[in-house]
Design a protein around this ligand. Sequence first.
Ligand SMILES: NC(=O)c1ccc[n+]([C@@H]2O[C@H](COP(=O)([O-])OP(=O)(O)OC[C@H]3O[C@@H](n4cnc5c(N)ncnc54)[C@H](O)[C@@H]3O)[C@@H](O)[C@H]2O)c1
Ligand SMILES: O=C(O)[C@H](O)[C@H](O)COP(=O)(O)O
Length: 370
Amino acid sequence: MKIVADDRIPYLQGALEEFAEVNYIAGAKISAEDMRDADVLITRTRTTVNRELLQNSPIKLVVTATIGHDHIDKEYLSERGIVWKNCPGCNSGSVATYLSALLAHMMQGHNFETKGKTFGLIGCGNVGKRVKRVAEAMGMKVLVNDPPRAEREGSDLFSDLDTVLKQSDIISIHVPFYKQGQFKTLDLMDDDKLSKMKKGSWLVNSSRGGIIVEKDLKKYLVDSTINAVLDVWDNEPKIDLELMKMCKLVSSHIAGYSVDGKANGTSMSVRHIAEFFDLDLKSWRASNLPLEGKKIQVKAGREALIEAIKEAYDIMEDDEKLRFTPENFEINRGQYQAHRDMANYEFIGDQENCKILKAMMPEAVIKNES
Ligand SMILES: NC(=O)c1ccc[n+]([C@@H]2O[C@H](COP(=O)([O-])OP(=O)(O)OC[C@H]3O[C@@H](n4cnc5c(N)ncnc54)[C@H](O)[C@@H]3O)[C@@H](O)[C@H]2O)c1
Ligand SMILES: O=C(O)[C@H](O)[C@H](O)COP(=O)(O)O
């Protein structure tokens, strides 16, 4: 069997070599020629998987070590009978950690008191569900907009988009990138939608560039009518630097890049291949992860809670990296020094703060000292 794999999928090397010849290539450089005799492609978001890439390939399976699959032309794959798999939930803990760190930063650096505020969630799937828990634990009321779920589950638990836009103090977007169809998200946040947001509210996008109309957003950032936090951008890696400077916090599409987020993506990818070809790797897990989840002491009070979250992951480090070297957007992603998910830390100390941390990340080990 021949496998072509993106060379920036961590922990993959050595996993499949017993069963296949694996050719590791930079994602943006994987070519039709590389795919000429490949049975499997293991990809990330950086390879456009379409007719042009695969038309002369005998490929049977495409696996993306990500949740997002907008880089894959599913219609073409279906025409050819090529199976594709993604890794739902692989990095949801990572994005929840990113949002926790963001809220801690907003509380400390921007005087944003979470208690009593309204958090608008647009898209409540694998990531959104965990972010909802974080926001609620921080004392916020959460309004959820998710029309596909509302259609399936009934509208009682969900809010329409206008209500979320008008009532929220902070809005976070966690939808897939759909270019068309009933639930299209391309250009979802345009001038009309942005104009409905509360004055001085925050807009966070860690889903995909293309969901916010960047030129429209800029008009609202000039006088901080809206405060923006962007992890994803149009035209990555050549992002709009003027927009970057207007945002309150920025990063280079790394919200899902915790050690755990990446390891889960790799593990699920290997297991997809094992299932498809009936290989003895069906419970394979990435091992020898580079960092242990550390113990974090938590004292009493709001400031101590913020410090504990920052110790798990300090979002400002990623902000500075992008601001100082935006030209290295993709290089920095390739060499990312990751943290563990907050869920993998052990928090010890003040009872009240430990209760909040437990509500944010029920999987974390929490030890009260009192
Ligand atoms: N920045 C990063 O590193 C990073 C990491 C993980 C995920 N992501 C992106 O975040 C997004 C969410 O990821 P996920 O794992 O939760 O995906 P998911 O598929 O589990 O959940 C998406 C949710 O959005 C809902 N949805 C679909 N269309 C909608 C619409 N028009 N309006 C409102 N809701 C809608 C779906 O019903 C679903 O509940 C994806 O775009 C993914 O690619 C980015
Ligand atoms: O879709 C996803 O899972 C995330 O956006 C993920 O962070 C993408 O990572 P990449 O494939 O670009 O390394």
